[in-house]
Design a binder for this molecule. Structure first.
Ligand SMILES: C[S@@+](CC[C@H](N)C(=O)[O-])C[C@H]1O[C@@H](n2cnc3c(N)ncnc32)[C@H](O)[C@@H]1O
Length: 344
């Protein structure tokens, strides 16, 4: 099938307008849907849907906890641990903060990102600085999956950081996962300066725009970063970050696919016979369009910086990303085909 025919087929079968558009351009989709949120159009729509379906206001954290408990029973999990993916084997609690628990237990969580996580684990970073760590899926996960990397984590929510401490302790990793403040670019700068070759991993619901201020945190120019962007909360942030880091970093984009876009994993098929029920378990309940950007510094501090393509070739899952030499002109959005993040 030609590439165009495949895109058209993907668009035909995608279940929502947002995901149809993602096959044309993830960046354009993020911008359009960010605008939709900014104009406040989603609120009246969800109020109408709630009224029509007879449901009251949206689900509470307690509703999510009950739903997770039901799903854990349905899956027949007697021991809570991550069942697949980069953090396979990590012990888990029956809690998660601001994100879906079950996909984390299944190891399907943010599948689009797993290639980059595998590459990061193999790339020789001396530290992983995780801002917006929630209960620590990535912070504790990196310490779990890597024998020596130092992990520094921060979250503005103390509920989240309490959960992170619990998760680290469950895995005996409390000595390798440290909490430190990174509320401002100045605090972030002092963290970055401590390491030769840190990876900065950021998911902060739109605050990435203010936090990743390269004038007030100049060490960002030398750091590699994986950043989830939130145009729905902070319209235009994806574009602004790309432009901001264009002089100092090469970048790639991934994201936009959800559980429905992947074949059902065997760990789910084996446990749940009904495919619709199985897909529901994989859902990450994402309302807004979210993308991830990976920025790789064009220059770096570390002599140890040897993680060019050769190092990446050694990773467990082959990267779906093709790094390209950056063109000299400013970037323009391109279509990211299914299964291949766009890169510049
Ligand atoms: C969607 S959650 C992150 C989920 C996490 N990436 C995971 O996969 O488990 C976003 C987190 O960012 C935190 N947050 C929001 N603004 C922040 C900021 N300015 N600095 C640090 N954390 C922030 C929230 O408290 C929340 O825990």
């Amino acid at each position: 099938m030609s590439e165009l025919a495949k895109v058209l087929e993907d668009m035909r079968t995608a279940p929502s307008m947002r995901r149809k558009l993602y096959f044309v351009s993830p960046l354009l989709t993020a911008i359009l849907f960010g605008l939709y949120e900014r104009l406040g159009l989603s609120r009246p729509k969800s109020a109408v849907l709630r009224t029509l379906s007879g449901r009251g206001p949206g689900p509470t954290p307690a509703d999510f906890a009950r739903q997770s408990a039901r799903r854990i029973r349905a899956l027949g999990l007697d021991r809570l641990e991550v069942l697949s993916g980069p953090f396979k084997g990590m012990r888990y609690g029956d809690f998660s903060y601001n994100s879906a628990l079950i996909p984390k237990l299944l190891g399907t969580y943010e599948t689009d990102l797993q290639g980059w996580v595998d590459e990061a684990l193999a790339a020789g970073y001396d530290a992983m600085i995780n801002i917006g760590c929630a209960e620590g899926y990535y912070a504790v996960g990196f310490a779990y999956a890597h024998p020596t990397i130092e992990v520094v984590a921060f979250d503005t929510s103390s509920v989240a950081t309490d959960m992170l401490s619990k998760l680290a302790a469950l895995n005996g990793l409390q000595n390798r996962v440290r909490l430190a403040p990174a509320r401002t670019p100045a605090e972030l700068e002092s963290l970055l300066q401590r390491y030769k070759r840190p990876l900065l991993f950021v998911d902060v619901e739109g605050a990435e725009d203010d936090l990743l201020d390269i004038r007030r945190a100049p060490s960002l120019a030398l750091a590699d970063m994986i950043v989830e962007t939130h145009d729905g909360y902070n319209f235009g942030v994806t574009r602004r970050l790309i432009e901001r880091f264009w002089p100092t970093h090469r970048f790639e984009i991934t994201g936009g696919r959800e559980a429905e876009d992947y074949p059902l994993p065997a760990i789910v098929r084996e446990r749940i016979a009904d495919p619709a029920a199985a897909r529901e378990l994989l859902s990450e309940s994402r309302g807004l369009p979210e993308l991830w950007l990976r920025f790789r510094a064009r220059h770096s501090t570390g002599a140890s910086r040897s993680s060019g393509p050769k190092e990446h070739e050694k990773t467990r899952h082959k990267s779906r990303t093709r790094a390209r030499v950056a063109p000299s002109a400013a970037p323009s959005p391109r279509r990211a085909g299914r299964g291949s993040p766009t890169s510049w």
